[in-house]
Each structure stands twice: as C-alpha cells, then as structure tokens.
Ligand binder design. Structure first.
Ligand code: UDX
Length: 465
C-alpha cells in the first residue's frame, strides 16, 4: 500500500521503516530539511538499536523515501499518518499545534479519498479536531473529498522500538468507518499473523487506551517507589518484596522495579496530560496526580541519600561525583525528563562537581549542558570514577552491572556507591569496604560494618524524610 507519514521522530521513523520493511511504499515527511537530507543519506538522527540498517536497506530498496514536500507526499498516500510531537503545554496538557498544523496541510492538498490516522499520542477528542481542521481547508478550497480520521496509537518502547513495531502485542484501531478498518487491516496484515492482534473500537476509546496504558505502567512504577520508601523506613528490602509480589500473575513481573524515578518522552507527559483531560472534564484524577507527585519526589531521592550520607548539602561543596548513566533508561541516548538531569542540577546547586559517563548519551549531554567547569564528560566508566569521591548509578546499562568493586573501593575517595537502580548486592559492596545506598533497601556506610535500615540501625534515614 502507499503510505505517507508526517513526522520522522521516534514514532514516525520507526513506524515508516517497519511498514516499508514488510513491503509497503512509504514516504516520510518532515519540515526539517537537514533531517530529511540526513535520512536520505542514511543518517538516522536517533539512537535506536536495529533501526539504522533497516532505514538504509529500505531506502536503497526504494520503499522508503524522505521529503519536505508535503504536497507530493499527500498525493502519494492512501493512508496518511500523523506522527508529530505533542509536547506538554505549561499546564501539562498536550500541545496540539504540530498535529493541527499537519491536519491543515493535509486539507490544503487532499485530492482523493484517504484514511488519515493519528499515531501521535493525543488527548481524547483530537480526531474530531483533526477532522475539523482538514475539513476547514477543503471548504476554503471549495472541494469535496471524502476522508476519515482514525486513531491508531503506538506502543513502542525506546530501545526496543523496532521489535515492538515488528511484533506488536496489539494493534488498536479506533474508527467508526468500515472503510478505514478495511484499509488498516490490509496495512497491518503482515504484523497480524498467527493470532488476532487487531482490536477495533471507537475513536475516543482508542485515544484513551494509549493514555490508560502509559498511566497504568507509570502507576506501577510509582507504587513500587512508594513501597521502596516505606521499606527504607521499616528496615525491609524492596527487592525481596518485589520478588514476593511479582510471582502473582495478577501483579506480574513487569514495571515493578523501584528506582530513581521514571523519565522519557511518554510517561511524565502522558500522566500529566491525562490528569489534565480529566480536570477539563470535571473530574479530579487524584491517583494520577499522586503518580506524578511520587515520581517527582523519587527523582530527588538519590540526592536525598547523598545529603544524608554527608550530613548536609553544604558538605557536598567541592566533592566530585562520578555519575554512571545519563539517558532516561538503557539502550537510548534520550535524556528527556531523565532523572540524571535533576540529580546533576542538585549536585551543582550544592557546589559539587560531576564526572559523567553514559554509553550513548554523551552527545546529548553535551548539547543539553554545554561547557561547564563543574561537569566533566568522560570517555568511559572508569575514567569517570577516577578522582571522584563517590559513584552514583542513575541508569541501569548492562555495562554497569558488574564493576570491579575492589578497584572502586581503592579509587573512590569516600568509598561510597549510591545506586539508583538497585544493580548490586549490598553484601558484595560491604565485602569490599564500600558504603552502599540503594533504593528501598538496607544501606551501609563505607566501613561495611553496620548495615542500617530499621529503627535501631537506621543510620541515615529519618522517619520524617
Ligand atoms: C513507554 C511505554 O513503555 C511504551 O509502551 C509507550 O509507547 C511509550 O512510553 P518508554 O518511554 O520508551 O516507553 O520507556 P519504558 O521502557 O516504558 O520506561 C519508562 C521509564 O520507566 C524509564 O525511565 C524506566 O527507567 C522507568 N522504569 C521502568 C522504572 O523505573 N521501573 C520499571 O519497573 C520500569
């Protein structure tokens, strides 16, 4: 089928590439000429495992083209996807400027019956607004072209996006039009083998499904982070609790990992936007507000642990901290809403220096932070640790999983590790004389002599925190 996709961000580029790879004829449109030029020359602007070779192969096979020319792209597509960004507005609601601009552009050029599909994560009711924006242009042009606006949310995870796209666990199609269902069934047939993955529903339910999925996952994480906070105070180990509850199939193993808070382009934005939609419709979504509030607090938790260890924020002045991991999660270079950003700012505000390393996000960090005297971007994990007083792990990249603790113990001035992702066993660090603070577990100071956690041995955690 002939497909057009507006937007070559994560969603648009991955979707377009996967659709091309199963044989569709895909044209991707972007307003950024340098991005389009780059893509036409095989330069993929994002780090996503497996994506670059797939873009190259399909581009060479002439099934995948990139252009800034909206008019010709609109003439090309039987199905036109809108996959442009929906950033958060100041009040947390989704900013639809880009989506509606694309809709108007489509209306300006549309000349034959077409299925327009919202792939961007958009508030309930957006399909209607897109419909109105397209129709307005058609009226202005005095032409009558049939079109449908359907919702087909994406559920891609960064770092695993190609796989998610190639092997979707469900394909949600929201529309009341049989024609649109038929077209989208044809489009997705190659991904819908062996068992039925397509769920057809009305357009508003599809729009809400996307938010509900992300909000549910974010809720699981904030819930676990809350349990971790309680565990620290009562001398329990949240990792044991996790194992104790995950085996219940009603709870499941996924998304119950406590940590330094969730980040990324979706969860923070979508939880806020859904709470906002609820408010605009006369309902206060208290659970969602709490999910967000718990996450905001959790993003400061590593810093709180550091301050407790050193006695005060003032004591951090002049200290140097090695930070492992800047991306919001492993296998991406994306630092949007990453917990590392909050932590670095807090350390700098306290007068500390940072020696940071991330396997993929160094360029992005350079772009975000620029040159500053209190930030050293290091070429590898060991360089980051050299000359540092303590190590802070913020992202759970595989390469950070089994460091040489003996070396760390000898290298780190204060022989202490703050682990925001519970990568290590407290025992292993104690054996090497390293102090260890993690999330929702017993902590111990550098001597390794005294594990703390419950009231009598709670060295660093006060019940008021
Ligand atoms: C998410 C959804 O998973 C995906 O379906 C949707 O389409 C887009 O949003 P993504 O933002 O790429 O995907 O990342 P994800 O793997 O879901 O992780 C989000 C954040 O939650 C990360 O910061 C991660 O570190 C954190 N997380 C995840 C936890 O803290 N604990 C967990 O148990 C799982």
């Amino acid at each position: 089928m002939k497909v057009t996709i507006f937007g070559t961000g994560y969603v648009g580029l991955v979707t377009g590439t996967c659709l091309a790879d199963v044989g569709h004829d895909v044209v991707c449109v972007d307003i950024d000429p340098s991005k389009v030029d780059g893509l036409n020359n095989g330069i993929v602007p994002i780090f996503e495992p497996g994506l670059a070779p797939l873009v190259k192969a399909n581009h060479e096979a002439k099934r995948l083209a990139f252009t800034t020319d909206a008019a010709s792209a609109i003439a090309h597509g039987e199905v036109i996807f809108i996959a442009v960004g929906t950033p958060s507005d100041e009040d947390g609601s989704a900013d639809l400027t880009h989506v509606l601009k694309v809709a108007a552009t489509i209306g300006t050029h549309l000349a034959r019956p077409t299925v327009i599909v919202n792939k961007s994560t958009v508030p309930v009711g957006t399909a209607d607004r897109v419909h109105a924006a397209v129709a307005e242009q058609l009226v202005q042009r005095g032409v009558d072209v049939e079109f449908v606006v359907a919702s087909n949310p994406e559920f891609l995870k960064e770092g695993d996006a190609v796989n998610d796209c190639m092997r979707p666990d469900r394909i949600v199609i929201g529309t009341g039009s049989d024609y649109a269902v038929q077209q989208l069934r044809r489009l997705y047939a190659p991904f819908n083998r062996n068992h039925e993955r397509i769920v057809v529903m009305d357009v508003r339910s599809a729009e809400l499904t996307k938010y509900a999925a992300n909000a549910m996952l974010a809720t699981k994480i904030s819930f676990m982070n809350e349990i971790a906070q309680i565990a620290e105070r009562v001398g329990a180990d949240v990792e044991m609790v996790r194992q104790g509850i995950g085996s219940d199939p009603r709870i499941g193993w996924h998304f119950i990992y406590p940590g330094a808070g969730y980040g990324g382009s979706c969860f923070p934005k979508d939880v806020r936007a859904l709470a906002n939609t609820a408010k605009q419709n006369g309902y206060r979504a208290e659970l969602l507000e709490s999910v967000e509030a718990v996450n905001e607090r959790q993003k400061s938790h590593l810093f709180d642990l550091i301050v407790r260890h050193y006695g005060s924020a003032d004591a951090l002045r002049g200290k140097a901290f090695a930070v492992w991991g800047l991306a919001f999660k492993p296998n991406t270079d994306d630092m949007r809403e990453a917990s590392s950003r909050r932590l670095l700012q807090q350390l700098w505000d306290a007068g500390a220096k940072v020696r940071a390393y991330d396997p993929e996000a160094m360029e992005e960090a350079r772009r975000i932070f620029g040159d500053r005297s209190d930030l050293m971007l290091c070429g590898d994990a060991l360089t980051a640790v050299r000359g540092a007083d303590a190590l802070i792990v913020v992202t759970e990249w595989k390469t950070f999983r089994s460091p040489d603790f003996q070396k760390l113990s000898l290298t780190l001035g204060d022989a202490t590790v703050f682990d925001g992702r519970n990568l290590y066993s407290p025992k292993d660090l104690a054996v090497h004389g390293l102090g260890y603070y993690s999330i929702g577990r017993l902590s111990h100071s550098p001597s390794g002599a005294r594990p703390c956690g419950s009231s009598s041995h709670s060295l660093h955690l006060g019940p008021q925190d």
